[in-house]
Design a protein around this ligand. Structure first.
Ligand code: IMP
Ligand code: MG
Length: 172
């Protein structure tokens, strides 16, 4: 059975995301805030996080795919940005599910900077510092974990297990 035990429960997730959301909402200077969530992994995290910000924000989406269908990154990051909204002149908060090698977050933030936002900040649900290759760290990290593969609360293995409410260990 590849699906393992719960690593982070839905209760822990809810508590942490509420704290993180409030902290981010207070830290970003006044002005227009535009949140860009990376699909599909960060969807669940993003909808919980934006409701904890305590301030008005507009919403956009970017699709980043670096994974084929395994647990190892392919290295190449493909971006689809037709629904990013209007980043120009606004404070941007990029929300991603996991920072692993960092290649995805680096590619996403670099491409968004080209739209001339006022500022760019990043929030990730999970940080895996052991595997960092790109020169980037997220500004806000929900949970830091070891180099293990996890699924649930938006995170998938081959498009499966995203809808699980808790985050589980997974070994294919
Ligand atoms: P990076 O470009 O190596 O930082 O990869 C980040 C992306 O890899 C994340 O946005 C996830 O989509 C995927 N990823 C990395 N680790 C996991 C995991 O443990 N479970 C599910 N997806 C993962
Ligand atoms: Mg992803």
């Amino acid at each position: 059975m590849p699906l393992g035990d719960i690593l982070i429960s839905q209760t822990e997730i809810r508590r942490r995301v509420e704290v993180l959301g409030r902290q981010i909402g207070e830290a970003i200077p006044p002005g227009d805030l535009h949140v860009i969530a990376t699909l599909k992994g960060a969807l669940f995290f993003a909808v919980d996080l934006v409701r904890a910000l305590g301030r008005e924000a507009t919403l956009g989406f970017i699709t980043a795919s670096s994974y084929g269908s395994g647990t190892e990154s392919s290295g190449k990051v493909l971006l689809h940005q037709e629904d990013i909204g209007e980043p120009a002149g606004r404070h941007l908060l990029v929300v991603d599910d996991i920072i692993d090698t960092g290649r995805t977050l680096l590619a996403v933030t670099e491409s968004l900077r080209a739209h001339r936002p006022l500022s760019v900040r990043t929030a990730v649900l999970i940080g895996k510092p052991a595997r960092r290759e790109a020169a980037i760290e997220a500004d806000y990290v929900g949970f830091t974990i070891d180099d293990i593969f996890v699924v649930g609360y938006g995170l998938d293995y081959d498009e499966k297990y995203r809808t699980l409410p808790d985050i589980h260990f997974f070994s294919p």
